[in-house]
Ligand binder design. Structure first.
Ligand code: DGL
Length: 265
């Protein structure tokens, strides 16, 4: 048993898509969420910039005595997870679980799309994934830096954001891709307009549930599940706390109200 909170980190509000699933699957667990909003977006930064930024937020969570750290950001997971695990060995560090295996099973056209940040797309992540699957699927990874700023503003439904989604996802349509794996924790918040734009025959998959299940397995394996009945949730941001709270409320509802604290890192 371990009654310390689960630590969740992201560059901004995107990781709340994963936080939400963790809380849904493990309602008794307390959590601490940290968003490095000041340095967001991470997804257009060079890979060597990601590790030093991620270290600061990992250290913050360790100071808060979390029992596990969930890296709810694909960009950090693909660029810095190995180094973070090498540097911090006191708690398990869980990264994003790509849903590519499910995508490979579900595609009828044998052509999968990955939709991510530019840095994730450039990381070679896609090539690695292709190597691990033998089903003969082709993969196209579109990386964009255009959408995260919309989500960070809480704009997930305007005509403007829909226009941008339409433009950036064109290669998916052109290649007749029927399954898209979201490779950025922000993008599940755009799943609805994406589905409208791409049509109902395209399956959009995100990692949140898989990450939640994985965290559950890690806690069980390490005998770290809580014995408490009442969960507490705290949210920290390196940016403007009011703005974060307002946007997060739009994305995940009012559980967050009054619980966001600014932190200078
Ligand atoms: N949410 C992050 C991810 O999953 C990146 C967003 C950003 O560009 O900061 O990749």
């Amino acid at each position: 048993m371990n009654n310390q909170p689960i630590g969740v980190l992201d560059s901004g509000v995107g990781g709340l898509s994963i936080w939400q699933e963790i809380v849904k699957q493990m309602p008794r667990e307390s959590t601490i969420y940290i968003a490095d909003s000041k340095n967001c977006p991470y997804g257009s930064r060079a890979p060597h910039e990601i590790f030093p930024l991620a270290k600061r937020i990992v250290q913050f969570l360790l100071e808060k005595k979390v029992k596990v750290i969930v890296v709810a950001c694909n960009t950090i997971s693909v660029c810095a997870l190995k180094e973070l695990r090498g540097e911090y060995k006191t708690v398990p560090i869980v990264g994003i679980v790509p849903v590519i295996k499910t995508a490979a099973i579900k595609t009828k056209n044998k052509y999968i799309g990955i939709f991510s940040t530019v840095t994730t797309a450039k990381s070679g992540y896609e090539k690695e994934l292709i190597k691990t699957f033998t089903s003969g699927c082709k993969v196209t990874n579109i990386g964009t830096e255009k959408l995260v700023p919309f989500i960070e503003r809480g704009d997930i439904d305007s005509e403007e954001v829909k226009k941008v989604i339409k433009i950036v996802t064109k290669p998916f349509v052109k290649n007749n891709i029927d399954v898209i794996a979201l490779g950025c924790s922000h993008f599940p918040f755009l799943a609805k307009p994406m589905q409208e734009i791409l049509g109902k025959n395209v399956l959009i998959l995100d990692s949140a549930r898989a990450v939640g299940r994985h965290v559950g397995r890690v806690l069980t394996k390490n005998n770290m599940l809580t014995s408490r009945n009442k969960a507490q949730h705290q949210f920290f941001t390196t940016g403007n706390a009011n703005k974060f709270e307002k946007v997060a409320e739009k994305l995940i509802g009012d559980t967050i109200r009054g619980n966001v604290i600014y932190v200078r890192l």
